[in-house]
Unconditional design. Structure first.
Length: 241
């Protein structure tokens, strides 16, 4: 695959770096459009790799021109593409905003999400959950911040470790929202969809859900993108992800 335009749907915090994922314009018989996860061949993707020549960090709903070299489709991470981040820096060619953004989210929700959430045949999907609840936590002593979401979809509940409050959320913007919500001295807050509507005017939530790399021989679902209608505002502190 040569240089391609990728609609970014996930910009996340990962151990040792960051991760991005999105869709190309190529049709896919299951997901509508082709998911890709640009990766380095031998190391973690770093913040500088997803920063454009004009010093702009990629964000969800940027359409970025990227040089995808070759697939590294090792199940369940069948969407991985080794990418040249050095000689061909990502370049933002446009953004999806307003009605185009909402239209895209409504059109490309995954009709076979169980391939990710249950069968682990692939590792990325876009969903519109029936309900959500979650929490933000900031430990005042260690400074550790945690964002979690549980959700329901087609009669099934996805809560991860209930004691922790749901699946881990690695989306940089959603985590920034949580940090702004909590007091600087730390604490936690729990919320559901009604709380999000009352506080931020959010009426509908979409999620990009992914699978982690193997840990203890298993792949764990995590929320890699939180996209809402209307959009919420949050400022990411790239020095404190």
């Amino acid at each position: 695959m040569p240089t391609k335009e990728v609609l970014i749907l996930a910009v996340t915090k990962m151990l040792g770096g960051v991760c991005i994922a999105g869709m190309t314009a190529e049709p896919d018989p299951v997901t509508g459009l082709r998911w890709v996860r640009p990766i380095r061949e031998h190391s973690h993707v770093l913040l500088g790799d997803i920063t454009t020549p004009d010093n702009t960090v990629l964000r969800p709903f940027d359409v970025a021109e990227m040089h995808l070299l070759r697939p590294l489709a090792i199940p369940p991470h069948t969407e991985d593409w080794i990418t040249d981040f050095v000689r061909h820096r990502p370049r933002i060619v446009r953004r999806l905003e307003g009605e185009r953004r909402s239209g895209f989210l409504g059109k490309y929700t995954d009709t076979a999400h169980c391939q990710v959430l249950e069968g682990q045949q692939r590792s990325l999907c876009l969903i519109s959950p029936d309900w959500v609840k979650g929490c933000f936590r900031l430990d005042p002593y260690s400074g550790h911040f945690d964002a979690r979401l549980a959700f329901g979809l087609e009669g099934r509940s996805y809560g991860g470790d209930y004691a922790k409050g749901g699946l881990s959320v690695t989306d940089l913007k959603w985590r920034a929202l949580g940090r702004a919500w909590l007091p600087e001295e730390g604490g936690w807050t729990e919320f559901d969809a009604d709380d999000l509507e009352a506080r931020f005017g959010i009426r509908q939530i979409f999620m990009a859900v992914g699978l982690t790399r193997s840990f203890e021989g298993k792949f764990w679902p995590i929320v890699v993108g939180v996209h809402t209608l209307p959009d919420y505002q949050a400022t990411v502190d790239y020095d404190n992800l």
